[in-house]
Every structure is written in structure tokens, then in C-alpha cells.
Design a protein around this ligand. Structure first.
Ligand code: PLP
Length: 344
């Protein structure tokens, strides 16, 4: 049994996945009377491709990986949920997270009645590798790490990720939701070396497609097969597949979004550093800034009074006094800065 399969829940190892009508049929046909669809043409009367093959071929070119290493989910949130359901036995196994981090890892574990072990980041927001390894055991089925991290904005050190890839006993999920803002730092190139690595990416951020809900898990074909076995049969609808295919032709446009966001992030960071109540604007590799200030609650509510919503992260570990502010359009950022200046 492979290293990965040993980590899989017994019921999933034994699972006979649902087999959809369209999936079973491999030949050519003109008349489809196999899936109880409405035969009258609406453009949407047929079920979509359950394995999204055309979209995966397109994405594999962009991500420089084989289509068999791609799983597509209804947002990366679906992949997070399915990974927990594949590997973690409720009440027996646990996931590990490294707060402050993205909130859905714990929510998905809680929903599945899977325990969560937490090892805080160090004060420089890097990984406490020794602490993580000390806390882990044979029931530590998944370690979720976000890089660049939400809400702190920093990339995790590659040497630390590699050490964990070598020594952590379970699956290491590296959530790269913000990687398009710093593409050279992706861990996708390490997939062939580490069978227990899963990289999550999404079209919701730099690609500007949050509304269509399309997340990507990139991993060994063995892990992708497991995710496909537990997913709902038609988890990516046809409209999403079509929209993604046409947006993915516009990689230049995405690069332009990234360039403009990074330019604006630098400007926002500079402007906010000059405010008398701002203590630290943390460096960021993503499309948001974590900002430590004297009275975050007052600033948060004063911004709301002016119709500006940011995220209060001041109750997160290591984020006392911090608001997380997404980089907006030039005009939105100018209004934000003007409002923040008026609160001095
Ligand atoms: C780190 C991280 N992972 C995943 C997600 C969710 O992405 P998706 O829209 O693909 O579900 C987010 C959204 O904010 C995020 O910050």
C-alpha cells in the first residue's frame, strides 16, 4: 500500500464512487436517453462534463502540470472540505493549522467532527517547524499552511516547507490562493518529489473570477483520484466551465490586474505608514495589507461610517491591533487614504 493510501480513511479506501451516466459512456452517440435530462434544447439542458476535461487541459498549460494532477472544486473551499473527508476519521484523527491563518480549515474540520491542533506562527509570521513536528503524531492527517498567508500576507520560507514535506507524517496542503501575486514562489514544481503534497490555488483572486467559484487542487494523480471519488458528480456547473475557459485565454489581463494591484499595494503601504496612529504596515506578497494600529476598533467603525468595509483581525493570535485591508481600485484606495488621513 502506498504512503498516501495508508493515510486514507478505511471507508474511503473501500468506497465505490457514484458513477454518472455521462461518465460511464465512452463511445460516440447522437441520442442521449441515459440521464433523465430534458431533451428540449435550452443550451443548459444537459449535465456538464463531470471531470471537466477541456478545462483541465487548458489549465494544465497555464499551471505547467499534467491534467491528471488537477482537481477542480466549487472554490478551493470545496477541496479543503473533501481533503478532510478523505483523510480524517472523525473523533480519531486531527488536522493541524498554524494560526493566524485562513478560517475555513478549522470550520471544515469542525463540521466533520475532526479535531484541530494549533501551533501558532512565530512572531515574524514564519512557521514553527519544530513545534509542528513535536505536536504531530500518526493521527495528524493533514497540515494546512497558507502561503502567502491570509491574513499576514507573507510567504512561508521554502526551506521550512521542504523540511515539513520531508518530516510531517501526514498530507501537507499548501494553500496558494494568492500565489499569482508572486508566481515564482509556487510549490507546484515540487509535486513530483513529494507524493504527500497538495497545492491549492484558485481563480477567485488574481484572475478576478470569485463569482464563478472555481478552485484548484494540484497533487499526485493518486490524491486527485481520491478527491474525484468523493466529490459530488457534477460539482462544476457548465456556466462556470465555459466562463473559466474564456477567461483563461486572457492571461495578459490577469497579469495586468496583478501589476496594478501590486503597484497600488506599494502606494497604500507607503501612505498608511505615514499615519500617526499606524504602528506597523506588514510587508505583503498578496493583494491585501495587514496593518497594526493604536485603536483598530475606532478606525474600523469610522471607516464603516464612510461606507468602507475592511476586515478586523485584531482578535486573531499575533494580530492584536490589526486590520486587514484589501487593495482596491485606484479610486477606492484614494478614498480610503483620504478617509484614513481624516481620522488622525
Ligand atoms: C487562503 C485562502 N484559501 C482559500 C480561499 C477560498 O478561495 P475560493 O474562493 O477558491 O473558495 C480564500 C479566500 O479568501 C483564502 O484566503
Amino acid at each position: 500500500m502506498s504512503e498516501v493510501l495508508k493515510l486514507v480513511r478505511e471507508n474511503i479506501q473501500k468506497l465505490t464512487p457514484y458513477s454518472s451516466a455521462r461518465h460511464e459512456f465512452k463511445g460516440n452517440a447522437d441520442v442521449f436517453l441515459d440521464a433523465n435530462e430534458n431533451p428540449f434544447e435550452t443550451g443548459l439542458n444537459r449535465y456538464p462534463d463531470p471531470l471537466q476535461n477541456t478545462l483541465k487541459i487548458k489549465l494544465s498549460g497555464i499551471k505547467k502540470t499534467d491534467p491528471s494532477t488537477l482537481f477542480l472544486g466549487n472554490g478551493s473551499d470545496e477541496a479543503i472540505d473533501l481533503l478532510i473527508r478523505v483523510f480524517c476519521e472523525p473523533k480519531e484523527d486531527h488536522i493541524m493549522i498554524v494560526p493566524p491563518t485562513y478560517g475555513m480549515y478549522k470550520v471544515c474540520a469542525d463540521i466533520s467532527d475532526v479535531d484541530v491542533r494549533q501551533v501558532k506562527l512565530l512572531t515574524d509570521f514564519q512557521l514553527d517547524v519544530d513545534g509542528i513536528l513535536k505536536e504531530s503524531d500518526q493521527h495528524s492527517k493533514i497540515l494546512f499552511i497558507c502561503s502567502p498567508n491570509n491574513p499576514t500576507g507573507n510567504l512561508m520560507a521554502k526551506e521550512d516547507l521542504e523540511r515539513l514535506l520531508q518530516d510531517f507524517p501526514g498530507i501537507l496542503v499548501i494553500d496558494e490562493a494568492y500565489i499569482d501575486f508572486c508566481p515564482d514562489s509556487s510549490m507546484v514544481s515540487k509535486l513530483s518529489e513529494y507524493p504527500k503534497l497538495v497545492v491549492l490555488q484558485t481563480l477567485s483572486k488574481a484572475w478576478g473570477m470569485a463569482a464563478i467559484r472555481l478552485g484548484i487542487a494540484i497533487a499526485s494523480p493518486e490524491i486527485i483520484t481520491l478527491l474525484n471519488a468523493v466529490k459530488p458528480p457534477y460539482n462544476i456547473n457548465k456556466l462556470t466551465q465555459q466562463q473559466a475557459l474564456s477567461f483563461l485565454d486572457k492571461e495578459d489581463e490577469m497579469q495586468d490586474f496583478v501589476r496594478r494591484s501590486v503597484e497600488q499595494r506599494v502606494k497604500l503601504s507607503r501612505e498608511m505608514s505615514g499615519l500617526n496612529y499606524v504602528l506597523i504596515v506588514y510587508p505583503s506578497d498578496a493583494n491585501f495589507l495587514l496593518v497594526k494600529m493604536k485603536d483598530p476598533s475606532f478606525i474600523f467603525h469610522s471607516l464603516i461610517d464612510q461606507g468602507i468595509v475592511v476586515r478586523d483581525r485584531s482578535r486573531q493570535p499575533l494580530c492584536e491591533g490589526c486590520l486587514r485591508i484589501t487593495v482596491g481600485t485606484d479610486k477606492e484606495n484614494d478614498f480610503l487614504i483620504e478617509t484614513l488621513k481624516s481620522l488622525q
